[in-house]
Ligand binder design. Sequence first.
Ligand SMILES: *Cc1c(COP(=O)(O)O)cnc(C)c1O
Length: 443
Amino acid sequence: MEIFIDYVREILRQRGSVIDSFSYKNGKLFAEGVDVEAIANQVGTPVYIYSKATFLDHLKKIQTAYADIDTTICYSIKACGNIHILKDLAVAGSGFDIVSGGELYRAQQAGADMSKIVFAGVGKTDAEIIEALDAGIGCFNIESEAELENLIKLCKVHGKTTKSALRVNPDINYDTHKYITTGVKETKFGIDIERTLKIYDKYANNGVVEMSVIHVHLGSGGKTVDPYVNYVKKVLPLVEDLRSKGYTIDKLDLGGGYGADYETATVPSAADYAERIVPLLKAANLKLILEPGKSIIANAGIMLTRTVFKKSGGEKNFVIVDAGMNDLIRPCLYEAFHFIWPTRVGENLVPEKRVNGLEMDNTEVVDVVGPICEATDYFAKNRAMPMVERGDLVAVFSVGAYGFTMASNYNARPMCAEVLVDGDQFRIIRKRQTYESLIEMEK
Ligand SMILES: *Cc1c(COP(=O)(O)O)cnc(C)c1O
């Protein structure tokens, strides 16, 4: 309950709507100019709904914040890879961060500018590397010495040249969830910063792979700018060292992990990051690559789900909905918080109107759970929410990132539909899966 009140108060103070382009009008939830109930009625539930204005606005804010230096923004496809969203982002000037051959294919189909693609991942196969070399991508982000050696070998065999960014681990731990920390020393990602010079001495003059970029990626969830600034400050001396030995380093890839407002709208904005980071890079004459995922797309998506049953079991009240952990696994996987609210509420329960009224009339404390045969199939626990009845729609907010992309067919549940809202129009950008297609590959 506490978290809800803080959440609503903060976001309303800052933005005046629930989340970006999702807001209540006369007690009904709208995505931009579309009443989301109309979508549920036409497309069914569960359904992911994305707001185009929101993700384009987030991209624009990053572009504007870093306008003072040469910056390539490479949206991280793994956060949400629907091809229609990728197309819109590509048209708006975004490049892409990919982690597999499949994501390369998505980027190609979306018409992406291949020179603005960076390829990350600790286990790129030869086949994937060759596909990416053939496509002419901008840069390979290198996670180990063995991978670098292999890339050089494949370039020589296939007569290709490319660029690499060595991913270094400056060994900073910081306050985030233990499951998603990737910047600390015991990790399968990247190379210890102390080893970098040796690797340059050994490989830099290989003739096919230009090693002019240094990459760092903090993982996810930072609530302050400081870890990023510390990262840059730890990497700048390395850049100086490498330059003093005659190696050309002209770019820093600062990865992703910038916060999205899941809880309290207190995460730093793109402008907050840029204000501290841009002067450091300018002084060092470095260009920049950014790989934002969730900061662009998380709050641009909601999931609509319908209440199947209410169940009161002694101490607890359950709202059983028609979406499950196969549709949205973040609460189960990361204990992620997602704001959940019915799509239709009385005037006194419109989140915008509750800033000063903390009374909980017509609310109850519930667990919102899915239908799947797992105890971890839940979306919220002990959450104060307006009372809903069988058949009522509820919206799970901020699910644009790592939502649909992590969906599965567990329990033989067809994957849900995705819808894109643009102004007062909406269209299906991924059809609901059919039963037949569940067994298609088994024939
Ligand atoms: C996942 C990932 C990103 C995107 O992370 P977000 O938290 O969604 O911003 C960027 N770069 C790399 C290397 C990643 O693994």
